[in-house]
Design a protein. Structure first.
Length: 163
């Protein structure tokens, strides 16, 4: 078989796959179950409230495991409906203590319920993340802790301030 014939077969195969449309691509893409039936909400009552701002964890603390389809019901303890809710994600467990965090976008984290008691947040994507939720009743948003030696919650180590 000549070189031109092989390239012709490859081109024909690519044209055939391309003409089959998005359904063929979707059938081989990520397949994760994000349904309500198999992903019942996990109630989370931890986190802190300071100066009218709820944080599910410190910036450099142990974030919440947020696999595909996960549903959290976070009891924020603010006593009223938050004026803002910010959802942050990381690929690492210990937030800024070992990596970076970034604001969620699209269906990475869907805010389904906001009321005086809780926030319901769903990972509508097929990617696993670590979750940090910040919500508040005031006009401002929280800043990272002023004390870099502040002890994070959970099993995350504290970095040396001199590093």
């Amino acid at each position: 078989m000549g070189r031109a014939t092989r390239w012709g077969i490859v081109a024909a195969a690519l044209a055939l796959v391309g003409s089959s449309g998005c359904n063929a691509i979707n059938s081989i893409g990520p397949n994760c179950d994000r349904s309500t039936e198999t992903n019942t909400p996990v109630r989370y009552t931890e986190g802190t409230v300071e100066h009218g701002v709820y944080m599910s964890a410190p910036w450099n603390g142990e974030l919440l495991w947020f696999p595909a389809g996960m549903r959290y019901e976070l009891e924020h303890g603010l006593g009223e409906v938050p004026r803002f809710v910010d959802i942050w994600l990381s690929f690492k467990k210990c937030g800024t203590g070992e990596s970076t965090i970034a604001p969620a976008a699209g269906n990475q984290a869907e805010l389904r319920t906001v009321d005086t008691n809780k926030l319901v947040i769903v990972n509508g994507s097929c990617v696993d993340y670590w979750l940090l939720v910040v919500a508040g009743t005031g006009d401002g948003e929280p800043n990272p802790p002023a004390d870099p030696d502040a002890m994070p919650q959970g099993s995350c180590p504290v970095e040396d301030a001199g590093m």
